[in-house]
Write a protein that binds this ligand. Structure first.
Ligand code: CA
Length: 240
């Protein structure tokens, strides 16, 4: 059996947002994605889909082209235009044989498409491929030893952070949080995602913990703390 890298870390489950109005397709996908150890979010129209994507930042979106109200292309366009959601990979479900749909889909920023009627196995395989390509590294995984930015250096071999040339003393969790955000720079993470990935979901702590750690990091880093950006109502990102 093929085991995905993220499945070997039991604290990380990717969340997949399905935006589709056909209930039986949603049900089939939900069943199969869950069987693969993924979490599922569902939206039955485009506006609801956008709202959910902005609220919880899923790992990947399966987006149907034919939706009531906003169609899939417009949904994709809006997701890719919004800095909060532009980093989320999108797989588009298109009508059979419509070349135009495929081309336009990719033009508006979809990462892949699959034509209906599709094989669930094939779709799951595509989901996994894209997750592997996009999925941020997981704390504990061998990572790039040193992350260098103009004014900030994060050396995970020596566990040292240099902020504007000055060594900064961080706790283990502060270091991991900073390293994680920096390694996945410009990607927005919700507090829940940071808890999952930096602390592990089996730890019973509040999302406020993330805010506290960010605040301390900013204090300790001083000027370079500006890299840690707050996206109100969403979460945090490392901005270069
Ligand atoms: Ca549909």
């Amino acid at each position: 059996m093929y085991i995905l890298p993220f499945l070997s870390y039991n604290f990380y489950m990717p969340d997949i947002l399905i935006i589709e109005d056909e209930k039986d397709i949603v049900e089939t996908l939900e069943y199969n994605l869950k069987k693969e150890g993924m979490k599922v979010m569902k939206a039955h129209d485009g506006n609801e889909g956008i709202r959910q994507a902005e609220g919880k930042i899923p790992s990947l979106i399966i987006l149907d082209l034919m939706l009531p109200g906003l169609d899939g292309l417009e949904v994709c366009r809006r997701l890719k235009r919004n800095p909060k959601t532009s980093g989320i990979p999108v797989i588009m479900l298109t009508a059979k044989g419509s070349e135009t749909d495929k081309i336009v889909g990719l033009e508006v920023g979809a990462d892949d498409y699959i034509t209906k009627p599709f094989s669930v196995k094939e779709l799951i395989a595509r989901v996994k491929t894209i997750l592997r390509r996009y999925e941020p590294t997981i704390v504990g995984q061998p990572a790039k030893a040193t992350l260098k930015f103009r004014d900030l250096e994060i050396d995970s071999d020596r566990h040292i952070v240099l902020s504007a040339g000055k060594e900064i003393d961080l706790t283990a969790k502060e270091f991991q949080l900073l390293h994680y955000l920096a390694e996945n720079k410009e990607r927005v993470f919700s507090r829940e995602q940071l808890l999952d990935r930096v602390w592990g979901i089996d730890v019973a702590i509040e999302t406020r913990t993330v805010d506290v750690h960010i605040r301390r990091l900013r204090d300790k880093l001083g000027k370079t703390g500006r890299h840690l950006e707050t996206l109100r109502g969403v979460g945090y990102k490392f901005h270069v």
